[in-house]
Design a binder for this molecule. Structure first.
Ligand code: FES
Length: 95
């Protein structure tokens, strides 16, 4: 089972074990970390975080909250991104 860690810069804000099938926002809640949300459906980008390492699902096709370029920079959407395995997340967006 993976370990999901939430950081801001070098500071570890919280961590939780992987909850299969649950979104990053739900993992953050379990870790006592707040990721802001608005639409909760991949459209607004409010919940955008940066993937530092590991694997978080990307919607296919991309939802309006993401584009190819920002995904390349590590952007993932907390409300719909599902982590698997060991994952490190910076809770701020990449740009
Ligand atoms: S809360 Fe709107 S894209 Fe995630």
């Amino acid at each position: 089972m993976g370990l999901i860690r939430f950081l801001r810069g070098a500071k570890l804000l919280g961590q939780t074990t992987e909850i299969p099938g649950k979104s990053l926002v739900e993992h953050a809640y379990a870790a006592n970390v707040d990721i802001p949300t608005n639409c909760t459906s991949g459209n607004c980008g409010s919940c955008m975080v940066t993937l530092l390492s590991g694997d978080v699902s990307i919607p296919e096709p991309l939802t309006p909250g993401l584009d190819e370029e920002i995904v390349e920079e590590g952007a993932r959407l907390g409300c719909i991104g599902i982590p698997s395995g060991d994952v490190d997340i910076d809770i701020l967006p990449p740009l």
